[in-house]
Write a protein that binds this ligand. Structure first.
Ligand code: GRF
Length: 188
């Protein structure tokens, strides 16, 4: 049976789109049932519309964290979600959601974890003169960018300008995310 996923994202959503394409090409036996987004102007919302995926916009300035989390837990259970995929979601999930979906929440981070956790990982690596920049896909636990690694890879950024670095790392992300999710689904 197809596993059912929700994607959480806050930004442009190029990773979200890579996953939607892999689903449409039958590369991933997954159904993306819902996009959860916390920014009403995020481009990922446009992408979700294009793929006809329901969008749930959450607004932390109107609702309390408790209200949002209770609503989210209800929604995820109503949709019988098997996997929570974080694709550039700029908030920490609450311990309650993490506990309820233990080993079912997957995140992508642009560094070779445990190096360069947190925001601006690519900038951190560049500031440290790294010649390679990595990408990690990992299970999520209570700590930031911390759970067990599912897959990692890296690209050389020697001689590239910043735009080229971001493009190359994003290109790697799009491929690695699909590969790692395939692995998760095979082992599920
Ligand atoms: C990616 O670099 C991802 O690794 C990080 O957030 C960024 C999201 O990019 N967690 P996009 O919105 O998918 O283009």
């Amino acid at each position: 049976m197809l596993k059912r996923a929700v994607v959480f994202a806050s930004g442009s959503g190029s990773n979200f789109q890579a996953l939607c394409e892999a689903v449409n090409n039958n590369e991933l036996s997954l159904e993306i049932c819902l996009l959860v987004c916390d920014k009403d102007n995020a481009y990922v919302i446009e992408r979700a519309k294009k793929y006809k995926i329901e969008v749930l916009l959450i607004n932390y300035s109107i609702n309390s964290t408790f209200e949002i989390e209770s609503m989210l837990l209800d929604k995820l259970s109503e949709l019988k979600i098997n996997l929570l995929i974080l694709a550039g979601f700029l908030r920490k999930l609450s311990p309650l959601i993490i506990k309820n979906y233990h080993h079912k929440i997957i995140n992508i981070h642009p560094s070779l974890l445990p190096k360069y956790k947190g925001l601006h990982a690519i900038e951190q690596a560049l500031a440290n003169n790294e010649s390679d920049i990595g990408v990690s896909v990992h299970y999520v636990d209570e700590l930031l960018d911390n759970g067990p690694i599912i897959m990692q890879d890296k690209v050389s950024v020697v001689g590239l300008n910043n735009d080229e670095v971001y493009q190359k790392v994003h290109d790697l992300e799009h491929v690695l995310f699909v590969k790692a999710l395939k692995k998760v689904l095979e082992e599920y």
